[in-house]
Design a protein around this ligand. Sequence first.
Ligand code: SAM
Length: 455
Amino acid sequence: MNIKGFGREAFEQVHALEEQVTSIRLNPFKSVALAMNGKDNLTQSAICNLKSAIAWCPHGFYLPHRPSFTFDPLFHAGVYYVQEASSMFLWEVLKQTAGDNTNGMKVLDLCAAPGGKSTLLASYFQHGLVVANEVIKARAAVLVENITKWGSANVIVSNNDPKDFSALPGYFDIMVIDAPCSGSGLFRRDAQAINEWSEENVQLCSQRQQRILADAYAALKNGGLLVYSTCSYSKQEDEDILDWLCGNFEVENLPLSINGAWGIVETESDIHKAKGYRFYPYKVQGEGFFIAAFRKKDGIAEEYRVQGLTKTTKEETEATGRFIQEDSAFTFFKQGGGIIAIPVAFKNDVAALQKHLYLRKAGITAGSLKGSDFVPAHELAMSMIVNKNIPGIELAYPQAIQYLQKKDIETGNFEKGWSLATYGNINLGWMKVLPNRVNNYYPVEWRILKDAPGR
Ligand code: SAM
């Protein structure tokens, strides 16, 4: 392979070593809450064992070893996301190209499952709207789970083919395409990726990447930002795709400034000299990765004004409002029996997107009204918008695991009614305290199935 930065010997050596680099990215909202509460009792959690910071992402940290995330309640609570360090470079790309003023920006993460980039985007574009899309249905379900746990109200999850986005010309300010690829960048951590690799597959992936880009391109507005990435080392999927983009569309490649100490290699495509950035596991502490950014210079920029969300009744609005912090910042609408809260600013967007896409999740499902009783949804417990006055019941570590296994929780001297089960004062989910028992409302499909170690 004759590509800048590639060294056969170093490549083989790093793959022969059994070393695993494990990293996590903290959820800025939940980890701040945790820091304010103190984390003295949380020694089981990965967040108490951070090794060092990741240079290109302010929320990224390396861990000294890979812990059992399943038995860390804070993993289930969305306090952090386990993400490969090189991928977090997306943060630095956005910092250099999108800047800090992200108010009202509409962002599409086209190939989003399981949600690593989407949760990063949700943190970066706190005042924007992130559409996390995944074409494969089963993978979209995992994406919903991870986005729910992350808790941001400004994320919509859709389950669509890239070509469906052509119905929204000029809509998005930013489009991230973390394309399906031949996966050579993951050889170190996934032996199966080695068995599945072939020259033919690289070729197929390259054609698919072109198709995905061509299908989704119209949905990016003129002047919008396109970020393309893969976890492949193959030039056909990386630099050659940059050349293909420059040859077929009016795009301007955006060079980045790279700190020499980071070990990231800047490369250039053959024809159009477009810059891309390569991550080799023997130069950076992370896996193989490639990323490049472009400004779109053609097409339209469109404002969508569509009305048509199903309104909630006065009773539903009042009942929901009691469970929500600062309810005036949100608009409520009904969907499939559930009452959904979305930031007021994005009301028209939800309507426009709903018209053209299959939305699996939009904003935060707050709950539903059963007779005169409001039944809060798990999404609300995980979110940052849940009312801080709702009583919380702090669980010790073994109880927190039992709760997450959806087992019975001992009846204590708790206040009756809806309460939040918490660990480290971070919400794990709902409990309903009745006179003689406590009902555990943790979602059955997400419960921990394994027994805790030592049981
Ligand atoms: N962005 C994700 C993250 O950071 O967690 C990882 C995305 S993974 C590299 C690529 C995704 O593209 C997969 O979820 C895969 O299901 C999806 N995909 C596969 N074929 C596709 C296609 N033809 N069009 C769009 N997406 C596709």
